[in-house]
Write a protein that binds this ligand. Structure first.
Ligand code: SAM
Length: 290
């Protein structure tokens, strides 16, 4: 009788559930659960952009009142709270005895950059000689800070001071330094006969644009990219309007629009990527050749 060789069944590696420590930062710095992230309850609202994606379950650690406030707030934002632990002396002692306590400041990154930015860093950044980057319409800065963490000297532009403040706070927490410029990218400066983009007069090794489209200046973006430099773009496409915002065609890329605009570049990635809610985005990376 022939014996059929048994095929080993792969055992899935469990992904640890992020633990948010809601206590004031000085308590966290004294001691905290290994791997947990400091999110004092008073900062939760301002630091929503630093939380993991909403489909991810989270655990909470804090006083009874901190747990109550955070559970209510995070549930209203769509998070699933899988466990809450009351932080008291007894609990901290137990954690210490089981070697689950860490001491001192630490930053646990729970957020992710845009997928296309991660792909650029993983697959192309090694070939990028000019390690300067510009993040246009940067928002609260996850992509600019992530690029900075990967060794790029980053400049980030947005017209909202509040977004730039959040970016700077995030950069400090991640021990990075990102130059910020407050600028309306869609403004034409009559007196100088210049668009805002012309004011950024520099050649960057990588130009990042995520979830933003200003069609009239699309072609002008090229003049900000160094020869051998890259454009890294991800934004919504026509078809989004069926699932949510944006609905205005002004903010929705047509299929093949980026490829056409950058047809004189070497196109390395040009894919449609669907977000979890079904909205289509165009993920695009191209290299300036001349
Ligand atoms: C959907 S958010 C995307 C932010 C970031 N790129 C990201 O993916 O997390 C769009 C950003 O564009 C910025 N923005 C919109 N119009 C702008 C303009 N005319 N000039 C500069 N920034 C602008 C907004 O302030 C906002 O931060």
């Amino acid at each position: 009788m022939k014996t059929i060789p048994s095929v080993p069944i792969p055992i899935p590696i469990p992904i640890p559930i992020p633990i948010l420590d809601l206590r004031p930062a000085q308590f966290f710095d004294q001691s905290h659960i290994i791997g947990s992230a400091s999110f004092p309850v008073s900062e939760l609202f301002e630091r929503l952009h630093e939380l993991p994606i909403r489909t991810q379950a989270v655990e909470l650690f804090g006083s009874v009142s901190e747990l109550e406030i955070a559970t209510q707030f995070l549930s209203s934002k769509g998070y699933h709270i899988s466990q809450t632990q009351v932080a008291n002396q007894q609990k901290l002692l137990e954690l210490q005895q089981s070697n689950n306590l860490a001491f001192g400041k630490s930053y646990q990154r729970l957020w992710q950059p845009a997928k296309i930015v991660k792909r650029f860093v993983d697959d192309y950044s090694l070939h990028c000689d000019n390690k300067t980057g510009l993040d246009l319409a940067c928002g609260s800065g996850r992509d600019a800070v992530y690029m900075s963490m990967q060794g790029f000297s980053m400049t980030a532009v947005d017209y909202l001071p509040s977004a730039l403040e959040k970016l700077s706070d995030l950069a400090i927490r991640c021990e990075q330094s990102v130059k910020t410029i407050q600028l309306d990218l869609e403004k034409f400066h009559q007196e100088k006969q210049l668009s805002s983009l012309s004011l950024l007069e520099e050649y960057y090794g990588c130009l990042v644009v995520v979830r933003y489209l200003h069609r009239p200046s699309l072609l002008q973006l090229k003049s900000l990219i160094d020869i051998g430099g890259y454009i890294v773009y991800q934004t919504f496409m026509r078809g989004c309007e069926k699932f949510g915002s944006p609905k205005n065609p002004r903010y929705l890329l047509e299929s093949g629009e980026l490829a056409l605009a950058f047809s004189d570049f070497d196109i390395l990635v040009d894919q449609v990527e669907y977000l979890a809610d079904g909205r289509p985005t165009n993920c695009f990376i191209a290299k300036r050749m001349k």
